[in-house]
Write a protein that binds this ligand. Structure first.
Ligand code: FES
Length: 71
């Protein structure tokens, strides 16, 4: 079954790169020699990694960061 249709990455391939040490969505893409296109596969890859979120693909607010328009 394809996990990532855009890059034709199968669940077997994702499992293999995770077994080889990929720990983030970004590492999975890199290990597969591809990069995210539409991003719809991210949730499935996260689930396969056993994580709720993939830090390498998100930008999180850090302590001390100001919100736009804030005082
Ligand atoms: S389905 Fe993976 S990037 Fe589109």
């Amino acid at each position: 079954m394809y996990v990532c249709v855009c890059n034709a990455i199968s669940d077997r391939r994702v499992r293999a790169v995770i077994d080889d040490g990929a720990a983030t969505v970004g590492q999975v893409y890199r290990a597969c020699g591809s990069q995210p296109q539409c991003g719809r596969c991210r949730t499935t890859i996260c689930d396969m990694l056993g994580r709720d979120r993939a830090p390498a693909m998100s930008i999180a607010m850090q302590p001390g960061m100001a919100m736009a328009g804030g005082d």
